[in-house]
Design a protein around this ligand. Structure first.
Ligand code: KG4
Ligand code: ZN
Length: 339
């Protein structure tokens, strides 16, 4: 059975997976760097790149060991080369190129955001295209019209912070551990989402833009009015109420724009990917709204929402279409416009 070795090192997770042409996962490993970045309250690019260098070969070895396979057994190497942190992307790409050269197997490029949507295809175990794709991660908040696994058209995205970034920044403002997303979700369980009136930026705009930086400032001012500083640790109930109110505001914006996209495009399949798709309240709200409107909703299980290499199995679609790369393939840290 043909198997691809897939590498993922776009941000702060070093991951590898072995996935067959029938999309069966033979093995998958994710080495997280959360502990390294925790004290900075965000991912430090240089630390991330250095950690990838240390981890990439052990992660590949461990993946092969778990699948009881050798490098010589793989039919090709796939690697995420866009978007992400330049130094991080380079580590995965350099490893992938070296393996292709040594093994004489094809190199396949993976767009990390497209892969997040493809996680829905993998989890569903059936075709999900054409669909609408909502990507909510630490670096991106975007809506795509996905005609097929190879045709992604960007409809719109955030004009400032990404949803995950907002979760992380508010988490650190509230004194919660990094990453902020899961910590806010936990705190919100004990909070009242109606306790604080927070804005829903751009929720009524005509387009598919999102904006979360004003929301961040609004939370900041609820903690301490403009011109004042936060000197005492916040009361636990205040933290819980702010977390719940903030989470609800973000979820409202994401749900509203997804429904707008459904109305505008006529697409009735919604695929959601990225770390924030792990959020229980977002999953619940999207579930309720989709049921009401007859939308087929796909949100992968948690381990396929946050960064992983398995979702890079979208590479099989590229390989089938003859889309392989030469060894001068580069990294594209920013999003290639319209893609
Ligand atoms: O997709 P991902 O693992 O990495 C990027 O490609 O950015 O997303 C990471 C983001 C972080 O900002 C993290 O706080 C957020 O996903 N996240 C969550 C939850 N779990 C992870 N946000 C809200 N609720 C969660 N349960
Ligand atoms: Zn991601």
């Amino acid at each position: 059975m043909k198997t691809l070795l897939i590498l993922e090192s776009t941000c702060d997770e070093t991951a590898a997976a072995l996935v067959t042409e029938q999309l069966e996962v033979r093995a998958a490993v994710v080495a997280s760097q959360e502990k390294l970045h925790e004290r900075y309250g965000g991912v430090v690019p240089e630390i991330a790149a250095r950690a990838h260098v240390e981890r990439i070969l052990p992660v590949i070895d461990e993946t092969l060991r778990r699948a009881n396979m050798k490098l010589g057994d793989v039919a090709g190497i796939a690697v995420a080369n866009t978007p992400g942190l330049a130094g991080s992307l380079l580590v995965g790409l350099a490893a992938a190129k070296a393996l292709c050269l040594a093994l004489g197997v094809p190199l396949v490029a993976v767009n990390h955001l497209h892969a997040h949507i493809y996680a829905c295809r993998l989890a569903a175990g059936k075709e999900v295209f054409p669909c609408l794709g909502l990507i909510v991660s630490g670096g991106h908040t975007s809506l795509y019209r996905c005609a097929s696994a190879l045709e992604f058209e960007l409809l719109g995205g955030t004009i400032d912070d990404a949803a995950g970034e907002a979760f992380d920044k508010i988490g650190s403002l509230l004194g919660l551990p990094f990453p902020g997303g899961p910590a806010i979700q936990r705190a919100a369980e004990r909070g009242n989402a109606a306790a604080y009136a927070l804005p829903r930026p751009m929720i009524d705009s005509e387009g598919f833009e999102f904006s979360f930086s004003g929301l961040k400032t609004a939370v900041r001012y609820k903690i301490a009015p403009p011109g004042t500083t936060v000197d005492a640790p916040l009361d636990a109930q205040v933290v819980a109420d702010l977390a719940a109110s903030f989470q609800e505001a973000v979820v409202d914006c994401l749900v509203a724009k997804s429904l707008l996209a459904v109305r505008r495009t006529g697409l009735k399949v919604l695929c959601v990917g990225g770390g924030v798709a792990a959020n229980a309240r977002l999953r619940q709200r999207l579930g309720e709204e989709s049921t009401k409107r007859g939308i087929e909703l796909h949100i992968p299980p948690l381990q396929l929402c946050t960064d992983n290499a398995v979702m890079g199995a979208i590479a099989w679609e590229r390989l089938a279409a003859g889309l392989t790369e030469t060894l001068d393939l580069d990294v594209y840290p920013g999003l290639v416009r319209g893609k």
